[in-house]
Design a protein around this ligand. Structure first.
Ligand SMILES: Nc1ncnc2c1ncn2[C@@H]1O[C@H](COP(=O)(O)OP(=O)(O)OP(=O)(O)O)[C@@H](O)[C@H]1O
Length: 267
């Protein structure tokens, strides 16, 4: 099916995440940033990630990599992403090494040209990494050495990627210190958390002290997936409800995006 091409977006545009408690639109700009999504199973992480992918897929100055050990969450975007990694440790490592090399090449070029922050364009696009459940690659699959290598590469990409227009967006079910060391969490500009089930996990996800100040992810409504807190750099967490796309809407946008990118859709 051919769909007429319409207006497109840019990675420099705000991305719509959902609505605040007072029904205002909640937007974030991902260019020069990164984001972690946390929450118990069923709290709405994959829903929010799909919503973000849908918007990034319509941005010709952004390309996408997907890591999804469960396959089913991000699979609708497999034809739109440049690389789609399933439960394959070797491919996950190769892809992370590749993106680290690209980052190093960009910084080398930027330093020679005295550029502090790369401005993405279709010719030199932002690379957005979507990792649906990072713990699979850092603590479940492969050998201990492979897990440590993946963790080290990922931390480096999160720590240094921003100015080179490399944007990781990572989901995790369990915010505990073994899965998400504070040093890694603190590198994320935006932190979103759906409902959490243990007292500590809210603070691990947002940062120490927020639960006590009234922003406790255990208090979110279990009957309302997508009910959440968003912590953007420097501000107090904001209560919000993530926007939700149906499977049909996802398929329509994915087909349009594949066409826009000149990717061939699989049957
Ligand atoms: N923002 C939302 N609005 C309405 N319903 C939602 C929303 N987000 C999720 N849901 C509903 O909750 C279900 C579970 O959501 P989702 O798969 O996003 O959770 P998850 O946190 O990614 O879970 P897991 O960790 O098991 O992958 C969805 O299938 C959908 O029915």
């Amino acid at each position: 099916m051919n769909i007429a091409l319409g207006p497109v977006m840019s990675i420099k545009d705000p991305i719509y995440l959902g609505r605040s408690a007072s029904n205002e639109a909640v937007n974030v700009t991902m260019y020069g940033k990164n984001m972690m999504l946390n929450g118990e199973p069923g709290s709405g992480k994959s829903g929010l990630m799909n919503n973000m992918i849908a918007q990034v897929s319509l941005m010709p100055d952004a390309r996408m990599l997907g890591f999804d050990a469960k396959l089913v969450e991000l699979m609708p975007w497999a034809d739109v992403m440049d690389v789609f990694v399933g439960p394959e440790m070797r491919k996950a490592l190769q892809t992370m090494l590749w993106i680290q090399k690209l980052m190093d090449r960009r910084y080398d070029w930027m330093s020679r040209n005295r550029i502090r922050k790369l401005v993405p364009s279709p010719a030199e696009p932002a690379w957005v990494l979507f990792l649906d459940e990072v713990a699979y690659y850092t603590s479940v699959a492969g050998t201990k050495v492979e897990q440590e290598l993946f963790s080290a590469l990922f931390r480096d990409v999160v720590a240094r990627g921003r100015a080179a227009a490399i944007i990781p967006i990572m989901g995790t079910q369990r915010a505990s210190f073994d899965i998400l060391p504070t040093a890694l969490r603190d590198l994320f500009a935006y932190r979103w958390t759906g409902r959490a089930t243990t007292p500590g996990s809210s603070d691990v996800a947002l940062g120490a002290g927020w639960a006590e100040a009234g922003y406790n992810a255990m208090s979110l409504d279990p009957k309302k997936p997508g009910d959440s807190f968003l912590l953007a750099e420097g501000n107090a967490p904001q209560r919000m409800r993530a926007a939700w796309m149906t499977d049909e809407e996802i398929q329509t946008v994915a087909a349009f995006a594949a066409q826009l990118r000149g990717h061939r859709a699989s049957a």
